[in-house]
Every structure is written in structure tokens, then in C-alpha cells.
Design a binder for this molecule. Structure first.
Ligand code: HEM
Length: 172
């Protein structure tokens, strides 16, 4: 059936589906793996020099920033490489377990991440920043909770995806 002959009752739903397909993922919007790796390199360079955070990360591998970039890429709707090649969600949780992250360390982690976002020139539109910062806030609070002594096993086994939420590009 051509567009000319489509049932008018179905047209709004089809328009909506078409519009939704045009909305890029946060992964595409940020600039893909290359942008995420720039972000995590700049971020962990700051972490290494930070008095509150450096002790927590004293033993991280050189490829830690790259692994976190891969994880974030999957969260933001990019390739599912962290799940396929790096142990997925359970591995990420296991790396936070038992570290007893303190509230002031989490807050500093978020602060340095926001600084690094500006440093590497991530998109500055309100829609992108609010969505990404929303995830950083969410993920850092989950990491802190899962790092506390005596916390039980997590129910989640797969990486949670994050999208635009209420602020989608192109809307006022
Ligand atoms: C959105 C928030 C966060 C995400 C997405 C995240 C992600 C990750 C991932 C993917 C790993 C494992 C990397 C690998 O596979 O090698 C990891 C490890 C780790 N994370 Fe996080 N993390 C977050 C928040 C935090 C916070 C708030 C802290 C502490 C303030 C923290 C401390 C650590 C530490 C200490 C490790 C282990 C480093 C090592 O290998 O020695 N994370 N994180």
C-alpha cells in the first residue's frame, strides 16, 4: 500500500514511529566510542591526582578507562561489547563490591566526571547533559550501594540501558 492509500486512522501512529526511529541514541549523540574514551581518559587522569579518590583506584589497570568507556557505551545504546567481552554487569558489580565507597567519594567522582565532560567538549545541549548526568547520578549511587559491606547479591544481571528520558532532541 502506498502512502496515498493508507488508512488515515493509522497515520498518526506511523508518523510517531517514524519520528522515534530518527532519534539517535545517547551513544550516537555523544560521539561514540572515541568520545567516551576521551572522556574516561580525562576523568581518570583527574581521579589519579585526587586525594579522596586516588587511594580507591591505586591498583587499577591501565586499560580501566577504556573498559569503563566500553561499559558506558553499552549503557547509552551502543555496542554490547562489555557484556560480550568483559564479563558484563556481574563483572562490573564485582569490581565495586566490598570497597565501602563513602558519600564524599561518590560526590567527588561525579564532580570530576562533570569537569571531564566539559574538558573534552561533550555536547552541551540541555537534553543530552540532563540525560547523561541523570545516568551518572544513578550509576554512582548504585555503585556506592553495591560497595557497602554485607550487601546482598544484586537482582539485576544485565546492563541497564539509559535513554533521553523526558527531554528529546528537537522538542521545545
Ligand atoms: C556511573 C557510575 C559508575 C560506572 C558506570 C562505573 C563503572 C565501572 C566499571 C565498568 C568497572 C570495572 C572496569 C573493568 O571491567 O575493568 C568499575 C570499577 C571500579 N569502580 Fe566504578 N563505576 C561507577 C561509579 C563508581 C564510583 C562512584 C566509584 C567510587 C567513588 C567507583 C569505583 C570503582 C573502583 C574502585 C573500581 C575498581 C578499579 C580497579 O580495577 O582497581 N565507581 N567501575
Amino acid at each position: 500500500m502506498t502512502d496515498q492509500h493508507q488508512d488515515p486512522a493509522q497515520a498518526p501512529a506511523q508518523d510517531e514511529a517514524r519520528n522515534q526511529q530518527q532519534v539517535p541514541t545517547l551513544y550516537e549523540w555523544i560521539g561514540g566510542t572515541e568520545a567516551l574514551e576521551r572522556l574516561t581518559e580525562a576523568f581518570y587522569a583527574r581521579v589519579r591526582k585526587d586525594e579522596l579518590l586516588a587511594p580507591l583506584f591505586a591498583h587499577m589497570d591501565d586499560d580501566h578507562p577504556q573498559h569503563v568507556a566500553t561499559f558506558l557505551g553499552e549503557v547509552l545504546g551502543g555496542p554490547t561489547r562489555y557484556t560480550e567481552q568483559h564479563g558484563g554487569y556481574p563483572h562490573m558489580v564485582s569490581r565495586h563490591r566490598g570497597r565501602a565507597i563513602k558519600p564524599e567519594q561518590r560526590a567527588r567522582w561525579v564532580e570530576l566526571m562533570l569537569t571531564a565532560m566539559d574538558e573534552v567538549g561533550l555536547p552541551e545541549d540541555a537534553e543530552f547533559r540532563s540525560a547523561f548526568v541523570g545516568y551518572i547520578e544513578f550509576g554512582s549511587r548504585r555503585a556506592m550501594a553495591n560497595s557497602q559491606p554485607d550487601v546482598g547479591p544484586t537482582r539485576r544481571t544485565t546492563i541497564k540501558k539509559w535513554g533521553w528520558g523526558e527531554g528529546v532532541p528537537g522538542e521545545e
